[in-house]
Design a protein around this ligand. Structure first.
Ligand code: KE4
Length: 430
């Protein structure tokens, strides 16, 4: 049994001062049972908690740590930047450098605005789409999560599913009426909304590969069909690549599926672990953003020099060595194959959805291609699996409805250990 005494007492104390004892709901382990571990440090592929337990981790801080923890060059860049103070609230060279690099990596992004989180990026992108088109309504997909902006907390994914409160209190009816819900991989559900809201839809926002109902991939040219529908109807196509951006490829899902969005939202990896988000896209749309245009958006710490140092160094490593993606994808395929091999021992053929260096193991034997099918998964069995894997030294995302990630620090030795822990855990719970 894991010694969790330090984490337990810290969690007790944390709940006196912080709602639920955490600063983001999914961290509270409510979906898997047991108390959260308080992490003290991390290095490469490993997390170390306050009780000195060591874990191989597949969460990468929900995506950002693609280069592994405490990457030497990233830490070096941050330490160097720290010597010049932490924030000026004025333009800096590093912001120009990272903006130029992002437009290099994402051909569809001609101009980009830095913000401080994925939520800020998506909130700003739909405001911009509404300002640019003069229309009010936005289409989102059941099970997709775009941060906690009011317009998005309607049948959201990620923590909202995990917390079982898909339509959060506090979101007004006035806001909710402008958010239309479609089904992932169901083009007809989109076409129906477009027909019944002709000329009123400003934007369609989608996770081009969903990660917040677990990993769900677009099927049958779904993204290409959305692209042509939006072009035909004058709807701004927004790819929320907060998770897939710089994860699936240098140019994210747009590079992998060869579909260009009008606007793209970014986060996670873009900051290399520091709080950074961004939204960008076609010049003619981005010119509408203040101060070049009338759509207002601002932020005290947007483009913060320390965050830019971490983000630029992270993106620059990914940009200058594309073999990183081949390595990441190879390692992930080996891991997924190893886990699939273990199913025969328990006589189950669970579903694994996998692309690039992100994947999800669903505790259902049926295919998972949208929110309804994802919810067929046995979440209590997932909870048992999660805790067994923890006992066996592997730290997973504490929810069935999240994606797992591989960092460059994961090598064959780690893969063997994860596969073995998976075998032991699966056998223990069946
Ligand atoms: P943040 O505001 O958490 O930086 O980004 C929101 C967001 C937007 N779009 C997508 C596709 C996202 O996945 C996210 C955030 N992802 C969750 C994990 N699934 C963050 C983890 C958490 O909420 O603590």
């Amino acid at each position: 049994m894991l010694n969790k005494s330090q984490s337990k007492s810290l969690f007790q104390k944390a709940q006196q001062f912080i709602p639920g004892g955490v600063n983001s709901p999914v961290r509270a382990f409510k979906a898997v049972g047991g108390d959260p571990l308080f992490i003290k440090s991390a290095q490469g592929a490993y997390l170390y908690d306050e009780d000195g337990n060591e874990f191989i981790e597949l969460i990468n801080s929900w995506g950002p740590m693609i280069l592994g923890h405490a990457n030497e060059k990233v830490i070096g860049a941050v330490n160097e930047a720290l010597k010049s103070s932490l924030s000026f609230g004025a333009p800096t060279k590093k912001e120009v450098d990272i903006a130029e690099l992002i437009t290099e990596m994402f051909p569809s992004i001609e101009k980009v605005r830095m913000v401080n989180s994925g939520t800020e990026a998506t909130m700003s992108a739909i405001r911009l789409a509404r300002g640019f088109t003069g229309r009010d309504k936005v289409i989102k997909f059941e099970g997709c999560y775009h941060g906690h902006g009011d317009s998005f907390l309607i049948a959201a994914g990620s923590g909202a599913i995990t917390m079982g409160t898909p339509d959060s209190p506090g979101v007004t009816k006035g806001t909710a009426k402008d958010t239309l819900l479609a089904k992932y991989n169901d083009l007809e559900s989109v076409e129906r909304l477009v027909q019944t809201n002709k000329g009123d839809i400003a934007a369609l926002i989608i996770e081009p590969v969903a990660g917040n109902m677990g990993c769900v991939l677009p099927e049958n040219d779904f993204l290409q069909k959305l692209r042509s529908l939006c072009s035909k109807e004058g709807i701004v196509l927004i790819f929320d690549e907060v998770m897939t951006g710089f994860r699936l490829a240098r140019g994210g899902a747009q590079e992998v599926f060869n579909v260009q969005a009008d606007l793209t939202t970014l986060g996670k990896i873009i900051g290399g672990g520091m709080p950074v988000g961004a939204y960008g896209g076609k010049k003619e749309i981005m010119e509408f953003v203040s101060p070049s245009g009338p759509v207002y958006q601002a932020g005290t710490l947007s483009g913060n020099p320390i965050a830019m140092a971490a983000g630029f160094e992270t993106l620059n490593q990914l940009y200058s060595d594309p073999t990183i993606y081949e390595e990441l994808n190879k390692a992930t395929s080996k891991l997924v194959a190893g886990i699939r091999n273990n199913f025969s021992k328990i006589g189950k053929n669970y579903t694994i959805n996998h692309i690039g260096s992100m994947f999800s193991l669903f505790f259902t034997e049926s295919p998972v291609s949208d929110f309804d099918s994802a919810k067929q998964s046995d979440t209590s069995l997932f909870g048992k699996y999660f805790n067994r894997m923890l006992e066996n030294g592997i730290y997973l995302a504490p929810s069935q409805f999240e994606a797992l990630f591989i960092s460059v620090s994961i090598d064959q030795n780690h893969i063997d250990k994860i596969v073995e822990a998976n075998r032991i855990s699966l056998e223990a719970i069946h």
